[in-house]
Design a protein around this ligand. Structure first.
Ligand SMILES: Cc1cc2nc3c(=O)[nH]c(=O)nc-3n(C[C@H](O)[C@H](O)[C@H](O)COP(=O)(O)OP(=O)(O)OC[C@H]3O[C@@H](n4cnc5c(N)ncnc54)[C@H](O)[C@@H]3O)c2cc1C
Length: 493
């Protein structure tokens, strides 16, 4: 059977599934011998959280509003599908953290929140005198790190042992926990900040990270890498430009994009083919890419490999909501930078909040961060709320949530007028939590999946939640599948 006679079904039309479909259809070079491809997406819209909507006279993102430039996969995909001219670089640098009652600029010498120099961190005032003194201990009488048998450790406790608890609460948790909407208390260091496991267990951690930054192999983060450096990209017209572009490019190659159709079960036929039971009837497939959230993969794999299904089920998810707000020009005075972060457990300064913690986990100065969104007359802010273990926002209605967020922004920033427009977007169970041992579980899933014929998995549950990582994982899954269908990329004419 030639490859073009094969039919591959991609389950899940988020960015990972669409990138897989793109690669299956030939990627940068259209492949006349490509298999027939069908993408099944249970919701009415492709793209998952990559979604842009009109708001206050522009089109704004209500899911991710940018992606890291240091990893090339997402920008490359934009160029391949013909929307590279819509890429826009981030328009400002730096950010603040709301600490000890006010916004304070993040120090420059950070590696994803972990200080690499004492003085800039101490001077920022974020840690306070006790926290700064504790940080100094690392330079003078450093503590040795103890690692568990997995070779992995929870990120928070690892950094706390060497640099103190305040560094974790005020810097590492807001930065790294924020990216994953989770907590560094039980987050896998190997999965989210492997550089930390590569440094010696003895001696100053800050000095070792500085050394790794300047002499490390390609891929180690440069000193000063923090929230906004190195560069981020967005798209003029929002992330929907990428999804719409993929939809058009895949359509022109004959890929069938079936939204509103859910995969419900997988069956192996006598001849070794797969049959996907869907909400719109059965679909035969020679190969499958599963690019759905982990609980759905678990359900689909259960009859074929209960162990892989059980491992998929261990991946828990955090929910978030995004509140976008427009203010009249001049009503908000913003500090320098692209936005701010809030440490978990920060008491709300609102007089009627009692002992409640701030709901807002981060704020973005949208039209500072992305100059293409600037318009005279309004200022755009965006606030994130909710993280794993904090479900308070889910109990509030949209109006109540917007009012609470506007009040909190008013207390954090200097705001003299209420917002002229607000919009709430909820993303339930969207962020997979990479807990200690995550990579071991992922290796187990990958090994189990390799034992199943012509099946691959892709997407955020595995080796990175960022858009570039999801694009990379979708394309890698597609290449694996092409190989197992026979021929593979290397055999292409
Ligand atoms: C608010 C927010 C902000 C973010 N910010 C950033 C950022 O700034 N930068 C960045 O790089 N990343 C960011 N991310 C993360 C990034 O957007 C996601 O990790 C990524 O989009 C996940 O892509 P995916 O394809 O793996 O999963 P998804 O997009 O979740 O795709 C899975 C798809 O499978 C579908 N599905 C589920 N069940 C079935 C079924 N039975 N049959 C068929 N289809 C099914 C779902 O409907 C979904 O569309 C953000 C995410 C959110 C929510």
């Amino acid at each position: 059977m030639s490859r073009s006679e094969h039919h591959v079904v991609v389950v899940g039309g988020g960015i990972a599934g669409l990138a897989a479909a793109w690669e299956l259809s030939g990627g940068a070079d259209p492949d006349p011998d490509a298999p027939r491809v069908t993408v099944l997406e249970s919701s009415r819209r492709l793209g998952g959280p990559l979604y842009s909507v009109p708001f206050a006279g522009r089109v704004v993102d209500v899911g991710p509003d940018g992606f890291l430039g240091r990893r090339p996969e997402a920008a490359e995909l934009c160029r391949e599908i013909g929307v590279g001219d819509r890429l826009r670089a981030i328009g400002a640098s730096g950010a603040s953290v709301y600490a000890r009652g006010k916004l304070r600029a993040l120090p420059t010498a950070l590696l994803l929140g972990v200080p690499t120099r004492w003085w800039p961190t101490a001077r920022s005032g974020i840690l306070g005198p006790a926290g700064s003194l504790r940080l100094l201990v690392d330079a003078v009488v450093p503590r040795t790190d103890r690692r568990g048998p997995l070779g992995d450790r929870a990120l928070g406790p690892l950094v706390a042992r060497r640099l103190g608890r305040r560094v974790v609460a005020a810097l590492v948790d807001p930065l790294v926990g924020g990216i994953h909407a989770g907590s560094v208390t039980d987050m896998s260091t190997a999965a989210v900040l492997p550089q930390l496991l590569a440094v010696p267990r003895r001696g100053s951690l800050m000095r070792a990270l500085r050394r790794a930054a300047t002499s490390g192999p390609e891929g180690s983060l440069p000193e000063g890498a923090g929230l906004v450096a190195p560069a981020f990209w967005s798209l003029d017209g929002g992330m929907s430009v990428l999804i719409d572009g993929l939809e058009a490019a895949l359509g022109s190659r004959g890929v069938a994009l079936r939204s509103g159709v859910a995969a419900e079960a997988l069956r192996r036929d006598g001849g070794g083919d797969w049959t996907v039971t869907t909400s719109a009837g059965p679909l035969r497939a020679d190969g499958l890419v599963l690019a759905t959230p982990a609980p759905v993969v678990a359900q689909l794999l259960e009859p074929h490999d209960p162990d892989a299904a059980a491992l998929e089920r261990t991946v828990e998810y955090g929910s978030v909501a995004v509140v976008t707000l427009a203010y009249p020009d001049g009503a908000v005075s913003l500090p320098p930078g692209t936005g701010f972060l809030v440490a978990r457990g920060t008491r709300s300064p609102l007089p009627d909040a009692g002992h409640d913690d701030l709901l807002v986990t981060a704020g973005t100065f949208l039209d500072v961060k992305w100059p293409h969104l600037r318009r005279d007359g309004t200022v755009l802010l965006r606030a994130s709320v909710g993280r794993f273990g904090d479900r308070r926002a889910e109990r509030l209605g949209d109006d109540e949530l917007s009012a609470r967020v506007a009040a909190e922004l008013g207390a954090i920033l200097s705001v003299t007028a209420p917002p002229s427009a607000t919009m709430v977007t909820r993303w339930p169970a969207i962020f997979p939590q990479y807990k200690v041992g995550h990579l071991l579980r992922v290796s187990g899933i990958e090994a189990a999946v390799r034992r199943l014929p012509a099946l691959a998995v892709a997407g955020s549950p595995y080796r990175g939640v960022g858009i570039p990582a999801c694009v990379g994982s979708g394309r890698a899954a597609a290449r694996d599948l092409l190989e197992s269908l026979g021929g593979g990329l290397l055999a292409r004419p």
